[in-house]
Structure formats: structure tokens, C-alpha cells
Design a protein around this ligand. Structure first.
Ligand SMILES: [Mg+2]
Length: 343
């Protein structure tokens, strides 16, 4: 018999539950705003260990801070997000403009980010290398590099919201976007996992169990990368552990096999408590921006924007733009699903 983390659960066909449109909008805004806030809370902790966070800031992170002097983000004011949110927003704006996943246009949006961002905000290497390929005229189907980082997965929340009504189209859109920068199986599994989990959480009813939705996500990605599926199943089994211990075991680097399980654990530990979930993520350091961002978007997708403390919502960079993008994605999501199914 296979160990539990290799076992595949069989689910009946997904029946999309009804979430009223006001609540759905609330969750779409929560996904986008929660992502940026998690990124901005993690910004000063990126690259640091737990001990270094205490040493540099005198305490654990509980609010927006400026990065310490000498940190790669020390030029940013507190409340600023990093490359993760910039690329997530580029994806959202591309979906809003094209009203579908147009991978060539998405490649242009990423290239524009690469060429026009001055200075870059601790960009991930694989994204920079892929964008360099795009800048030399390579097509989006040939620009990706063989990297297993989480740099593609972090731009998936808008895809999860936009295509939440059609799993098949969501998976295709996530994979098309992913391979523009990342081609390794674990990066592709991570991209599908983030998009799919966001879609399920944004439509979850009271009866849905977050743990079951993570297990369902694991099944959806098992054929792409069995290790990603195994790790997602495993984190559902360790939510009783305190964050320090669990995140030590999982790891919090930008490797997709660490960042996505780490954010999933923080979400499952505190599915509706935004502050607790995101602070658990960012105080582990390392890829604190990406893990914080994903955690924030998972909690925001399930619990809605009202679960996010108002002071953070007010102070985050581009607060109004983030909320507007979430609202627009919500209003396009149902028509996008219908249109995509017809085409
Ligand atoms: Mg970043």
C-alpha cells in the first residue's frame, strides 16, 4: 500500500457552489489586496533568517517596515511590494485588457515589466533570464528557462479568479503563462496549484473544508509533478505543528517545492485569520515576500477583503489600484468563463 502522501483521492466531478456576487467580489479584492500586503510585509524579511529578522528589526515583523540598511530593498518606503506583485498586476491587467489568456500579449506585458522597471525590486533570476530571451525577439513559447522557482506561480492568482468557472481552461491558461518564464515540471505544477486553489477558495461555501480543497488541488497537479502533489498532501497533515517547526521542515525558499507548500501550510494553519497567517509566513524569512504574498492571497480568497486589517489596506502601495483590479476581475470572471467555454 502506498504511503498517504502518494495516495490519490478520487473526487466526484466538481460542482461549482453558489457564492453571491457581492461576496465573490469581496473575495476577488481580498485575493489581490491580500497578495500585495503579504508581499509588502515580507519585503524587509526577504533573504533573512528568523534570527536576522529579530536582530535587524529588534522584534518579529508585525507591521509594514522599511528594509534595513544594506538590504536589496532598502530604497523602498514601508508598505511597498516587490516584483511578485508587479508581475501579478501585469498578469491581471493583461487579462482585463484581452478578456482571455493571450500568451503573446502576456509575454509583452512581462517584457515591458523587464524593460521599464527602474530599479527592479529583487527580481527572480529565472524571470529576468526569460525576459532577456523575449527582448531578443524569441517567441513566448521559447523564452522560458528550465527553472523550478516560484516566479511563475506567484502571478497566477488573477488567472485563478478569471477562469474560476472552468477548470480545463484555467489549467491551460496557467500553463501557457507559466512556460513564458518557467518550464520545469515543479514550476508548472506550482502554477496550476496556485491558480486552481485560488479558484476553489474564491467560490468556497461554509461547508467546504480548506484541507479538502488543498487535497483536491494536489490531485489536479499530480500528473505534472508528483512531488508537488505529495508535499501539498503532506502539509494538510502537519497543521497541528507550530509555524516555526512546520516551516523549518517545509523550507521557505523561492523553490516552488518549498514556497507553495509553505504558503499552503500558513493558510491552512489560519485559514481566515489574515494577520496570523501572513505573519507566520513572513517571519520565517528567506523568500518571505513570495510566501507572504501567496499566503495573503489564499486567505483573502477564502475570507474576503474584510478579513484584512484596515490599517494594512490603507497603507499598502497603490491601495486603490489593487482594489480596483480585484473588482474588475470579479466582474469579468463569469463572462470570461462563459466566453472561453464557447470558443
Ligand atoms: Mg519579490
Amino acid at each position: 500500500m502506498q504511503p498517504f502522501y502518494r495516495r490519490t483521492r478520487r473526487y466526484p466531478p466538481v460542482k461549482i457552489p453558489e457564492v453571491n456576487s457581492k461576496e465573490f467580489t469581496n473575495r476577488c479584492v481580498g485575493t489581490i489586496v491580500g497578495f500585495a500586503i503579504g508581499d509588502a510585509l515580507g519585503m524587509p524579511a526577504e533573504f533573512l533568517t528568523r534570527d536576522q529578522i529579530r536582530r535587524y528589526y529588534g522584534k518579529t515583523i508585525t507591521d509594514f517596515l522599511r528594509a534595513h540598511q544594506g538590504h536589496a530593498s532598502d530604497f523602498l518606503p514601508s508598505g511597498s511590494y516587490t516584483d511578485d506583485t508587479q508581475m501579478m498586476l501585469a498578469t491581471a491587467e493583461c487579462l482585463i485588457e484581452c478578456q482571455k489568456m493571450d500568451a503573446a500579449r502576456q509575454g509583452d506585458a512581462l517584457l515591458s515589466w523587464y524593460l521599464n522597471t527602474v530599479p527592479h525590486r529583487t527580481p527572480m533570476r529565472a524571470n529576468m533570464r526569460a525576459c532577456k530571451h523575449l527582448s531578443t525577439g524569441r517567441a513566448w513559447t521559447k523564452s522560458g528557462v528550465f527553472s523550478g522557482g516560484c516566479g511563475a506561480a506567484v502571478r497566477m492568482p488573477p488567472i485563478g479568479l478569471f477562469f474560476c468557472q472552468s477548470t480545463e481552461i484555467l489549467i491551460k491558461a496557467a500553463l501557457d503563462d507559466c512556460i513564458i518564464t518557467h518550464t520545469e515540471p515543479r514550476a508548472r505544477a506550482a502554477a496550476v496549484a496556485v491558480a486552481y486553489l485560488i479558484a476553489r477558495l474564491a467560490q468556497a461555501t461554509e461547508k467546504c473544508s480548506p484541507g479538502d480543497q488543498v487535497l483536491e488541488t494536489a490531485d489536479r497537479v499530480a500528473h505534472i509533478d508528483e512531488d508537488m502533489a505529495a508535499l501539498l498532501r503532506w502539509v494538510t497533515q502537519i497543521t497541528h505543528l507550530p509555524p516555526e517547526e512546520a516551516l523549518f521542515e517545509i523550507g521557505c525558499s523561492a523553490d516552488a517545492l518549498e514556497a507553495i507548500p509553505a504558503a499552503t501550510y500558513c493558510f491552512l494553519k489560519y485559514p481566515r485569520q489574515f494577520h496570523n497567517a501572513v505573519l507566520a509566513a513572513v517571519n520565517a524569512g528567506d523568500a518571505a515576500d513570495s510566501v507572504g504574498a501567496l499566503t495573503g492571497s489564499f486567505v483573502g480568497a477564502l475570507a474576503g477583503v474584510e478579513a484584512i486589517p484596515q490599517s494594512l489596506r490603507r497603507q499598502v502601495e497603490n491601495a486603490d489600484l489593487l482594489a480596483a483590479v480585484g473588482e474588475r476581475l470579479a466582474s469579468l470572471a463569469s463572462s470570461a468563463g462563459a466566453q472561453s467555454m464557447a470558443s
